[in-house]
Design a protein around this ligand. Structure first.
Ligand code: GLY
Length: 376
C-alpha cells in the first residue's frame, strides 16, 4: 500500500484533522493546510516526541507536522519540533536537563540531514547550548564540514550567536548524577576497568530501583518527516549515554548511525544503545534497504538483525544469548510509508511505542519488534 493521494492542490482544513491527542485540537483550530504534492505528509519520532511539550500546547510531532503542512522547510519544521524536547527540563535524555557525563557535565550530540538539498551537519560533545540541533543545522549551513565536536563546537556556536550556558543540569539531573557518583566512586576511580563495570552496574541498579526510566539510559529523540512534495529530512538529538565517559560520542551525531537521509529513498534514525548502532552504521543500512525497494518495516528488521549478529561479546548478551540492550529505528520512505521497529517486544513504554503525526492528528503506535521478551 502506498500513501499516495490525488495530485491536486487542496485545502486540508482543520476539520479534517481527526485528532487522537487532545492537544492536537490546537492544530485543528488554527491551521489551514495547503498540500501541493501527491504524498501524504507524515512526521515520525521516538516516544518523547509525543509526550514532551515543555509547558506548551503542542508536542514535537504536532509542531513539525503543522509547520510542514503550512509549507515550511521540512528540516526547519522538524528542528522546531525537537527544540521543544531539548528545552523541556522533564526530558532527562535530551538537551537542557539531559543526563550529564561521569564528571557531571552535560555534553550533547546532534545531527541533521536535508534530503532535497543533500546537506548535513552535526555536533558532538557540545557543552552549554540547550539546542544542539540548531547548532548542527548551523554547521550544515555555515561551514564546509559535517561534524564539529567539543570545545571547537562550542566556540563555533558562540560565534554563531548561540547563548553559552554555564551548566545545562537541572536540580533533578544533578541529584541523579550525585546518586550515581556515590555508588561508583568509593575508590576514586583507581581502576578504569572496574570503573566502567561499576558505572554500568550502578546505572542498572538505579533503573531497577525506579530512579530513572530504562529508556533514559541511552535516551534520545530522532524525528523524521516528509511533505506532500516528497521532501524528506531528519534530525537526532541527545545527551547520550547517562553518566558516560567524558568525550564519549554515541551514534546520534554520526551520519549513517543515529540518522541517515537520502532524499531520493528515505530517512531513518535511532534511539537506544549507540555503540551497537555505530558499529554497523545501521541508519545507513536501513536507507540502503529502502533504496532496494524494501518496506520501512522490513528495512528496519534488516538493521536489527545485523545488530543481533554483531553482538557476540559476553558482556553484551543476556541469559538467552541475545543482546542485553534495546535499539529502535524510526523510518519513512519516499512514498511516505513509515515504521517504528525495536529489538524487543517487552520494553519500557518509551521503547515499545513511537510517535506519528498525520492529517488525522498525533498518536503513539506500537513498534514492530524483532525479538520476543525483553533485553534482560
Ligand atoms: N543513542 C544514544 C546514544 O547512545 O548516545
Amino acid at each position: 500500500m502506498t500513501n499516495k493521494i490525488d495530485r491536486r492542490k487542496f485545502l486540508l482544513a482543520g476539520s479534517a484533522l481527526g485528532l487522537t491527542s487532545g492537544i492536537t485540537e490546537n492544530i485543528k483550530a488554527k491551521s489551514t493546510t495547503v498540500i501541493t504534492g501527491n504524498i501524504k505528509p507524515v512526521v515520525v519520532s521516538s516516544y518523547n516526541g509525543y509526550t514532551m511539550k515543555n509547558g506548551g500546547k503542542l508536542n514535537c510531532v504536532e509542531t513539525a507536522f503543522k509547520k510542514i503542512t503550512q509549507g515550511e522547510d521540512v528540516l526547519d519544521a522538524l528542528i522546531a519540533g525537537v527544540n521543544i524536547v531539548e528545552l523541556d527540563p522533564l526530558d532527562a535524555s535530551v538537551g537542557y536537563g539531559g543526563r550529564p557525563n561521569a564528571e557531571g557535565i552535560v555534553q550533547l550530540d546532534s545531527c541533521c540531514m536535508h534530503g532535497p538539498k543533500k546537506q548535513a551537519g552535526g555536533v558532538g560533545a557540545l557543552e552549554g547550548v540547550k539546542t544542539p540541533s540548531l547548532v548542527a543545522k548551523a554547521v550544515m549551513e555555515s561551514t564546509d564540514h559535517h561534524l564539529i565536536t567539543g570545545k571547537g563546537a562550542q566556540n563555533f556556536a558562540q560565534n554563531m550567536g548561540f547563548k553559552i550556558e554555564d551548566d545545562l543540569n537541572t536540580e533533578e539531573s544533578r541529584k541523579m548524577w550525585l546518586n550515581w557518583k556515590r555508588r561508583i566512586d568509593p575508590n576514586h576511580y583507581l581502576d578504569p576497568k572496574k570503573r566502567s563495570t561499576a558505572g554500568h552496574n550502578a546505572a542498572l541498579e538505579m533503573i531497577k530501583e525506579g530512579l530513572i526510566p530504562e529508556n533514559e539510559y541511552y535516551g534520545t529523540i530522532n524525528c523524521n518527516g516528509i511533505n506532500s512534495n516528497g521532501d524528506l529530512c531528519g534530525v537526532t538529538t541527545t545527551s547520550g549515554l547517562a553518566w558516560k565517559m567524558p568525550g564519549r560520542i554515541g551514534d546520534s551525531p554520526i551520519l549513517g548511525a543515529g540518522l541517515y537521509v537520502d532524499g531520493n529513498h528515505g530517512a531513518a534514525g535511532s534511539t537506544g544503545r549507540g555503540e551497537a548502532n555505530l558499529f554497523g552504521l545501521c541508519s545507513y543500512l536501513v536507507v540502503e534497504e529502502l533504496r532496494r525497494g524494501k518496506h520501512p518495516k522490513d528495512a528496519g528488521m534488516t538493521a536489527l538483525k545485523r545488530i543481533k549478529e554483531n553482538t557476540i561479546e559476553l558482556r553484551l548478551l543476556n541469559k538467552r544469548n541475545l543482546p542485553n540492550f534495546n535499539v529502535n529505528f524510526y523510518i519513512i520512505d519516499k512514498l511516505g510509508r513509515y515504521a517504528g521497529v525495536a529489538m524487543y517486544t517487552k520494553a519500557s513504554n518509551e521503547d515499545k511505542n513511537y510517535a506519528i503525526c498525520t492529517e488525522n492528528g498525533s498518536k503513539l503506535v506500537p513498534v514492530e519488534p524483532l525479538l520476543s521478551g525483553n533485553a534482560n
